[in-house]
Design a protein around this ligand. Structure first.
Ligand code: KG4
Length: 336
């Protein structure tokens, strides 16, 4: 089954063709980063307009790269939630048009379910159940993936997402947007014990997370140093920050995995590219005996291949949408 997948939930327009859920025939991404960089973050209206400009040509490209004709596509999958509402709407409406024109089923896909499915592309043998740490710019949650289409949240952030925290701190340091990648690079060789940063504990909810305290403490530390004219050692600070994020995430996902008892842990989302988090998870799983599944770096950030992959399993579970499919800015992952 060849699925054409469309993703436009934030600042990447993406189109891909995926065969039988696991084989990526093409994967095209058009990034808008340059356009949003001058504002230090994504401007929703600009994102929507740019999606409109490129989505048609990008989709043609994805079909051509797959070596198929449009009539060889069997279904259209699209991210319909969560995301920037105007941006998601562009993809949803385009996918509806394509499905109508080709007379093919339309499959709605939850963006975070797509991130989780990126692991199926990298690891052909991975099957649910497993516990997945989902960490991106908009989401930070520990998900119980009971089956390909049944999922529930075991713990989630009470405030900021981890990626958002990376981005805000990087912006104040003036090291670029989005900030996770540059912070990760900067941290290489830095002393992660140099700066003391808080790791939040949510009392009474051991699997929940919080990053707003870390963000505020980091921003205060940076501003204090600037006001006093004291130099901040950037590699040491980035390494200390990375350690604090990792120290918040890893014990909770390990504890969730122990409770679930599946023996399998996966990671998903843009922050899954972080070298410190990947290394710490590898060590923790080495100690616990859990099998660890990390997506390839190219499938960590937003892409449409992951949507085509998850779309296949949603279709198999009988989930298709009518022409009344709407876009949602927020939606619980358990609802699909
Ligand atoms: O999954 P994604 O592309 O978009 C969302 O669905 O949110 O994630 C983007 C986030 C950004 O916050 C970015 O700074 C972060 O992923 N990110 C990283 C790294 N690469 C990207 N964070 C930490 N370390 C990285 N290497």
């Amino acid at each position: 089954m060849n699925i054409l997948a469309i993703e436009s939930s934030c600042d990447d327009t993406a189109a891909a063709v995926v065969r039988n859920g696991r084989t990526v025939l093409s994967n095209c991404v058009s990034s808008q980063i340059e356009m949003h960089t001058i504002y230090g973050g994504v401007v929703p209206e600009i994102a929507s307009r740019k999606h409109v400009e490129v989505i048609s040509a990008l989709t043609e490209q994805a079909v051509a790269d797959a070596g198929l004709t449009k009539m060889e596509l069997d279904a259209i999958a699209v991210t319909y939630a969560p995301g920037l509402i105007g941006a998601v709407l562009v993809g949803v409406n385009f996918a509806k048009g394509a499905a109508l024109a080709l007379d093919r089923p339309l499959i709605p896909v939850h963006h975070v379910r797509g991130h989780i499915a990126a692991n199926y592309i990298t690891h052909p043998d991975l099957e649910p159940p497993f516990v997945c740490l989902c960490v991106s710019g908009g989401t930070t949650a520990i998900v119980d993936v009971q089956s390909y289409t049944e999922m529930s949240i075991l713990g989630s952030t009470r405030d900021d997402a981890a990626g958002e925290c990376f981005d805000k701190v990087a912006r104040v340091l003036g090291i670029g947007y989005p900030g996770g990648g540059p912070m990760d690079k900067l941290a290489q060789g830095g002393d992660d014990q140099k700066y003391v940063l808080p790791v939040a504990h949510v009392s009474g909810a051991e699997l929940d997370l919080s990053f707003s305290g870390l963000k505020t403490a980091s921003l205060n530390l940076i501003h204090n140093a600037q006001q006093k004219g004291e130099p901040l050692n950037l590699p040491d600070f980035a390494a200390s920050f990375g350690r604090a994020v990792s120290d918040c995430l890893i014990p909770r996902v390990m504890s969730a995995a122990q409770r679930a008892g599946y023996g399998k842990i996966a990671v998903a989302g843009g922050v899954a590219a972080n070298s410190r988090i990947r290394a710490d998870l590898q060590s923790a799983c080495g100690r616990s005996g859990d099998q660890l599944f990390l997506p390839e770096l190219k499938y960590c950030g937003d892409n449409a291949a992951m949507i085509g992959c998850q779309g296949f399993y949603e279709f198999q579970a009988g989930r298709t949408a009518g022409w009344d499919l709407n876009a949602y800015a927020t939606r619980d992952i358990s609802l699909g």
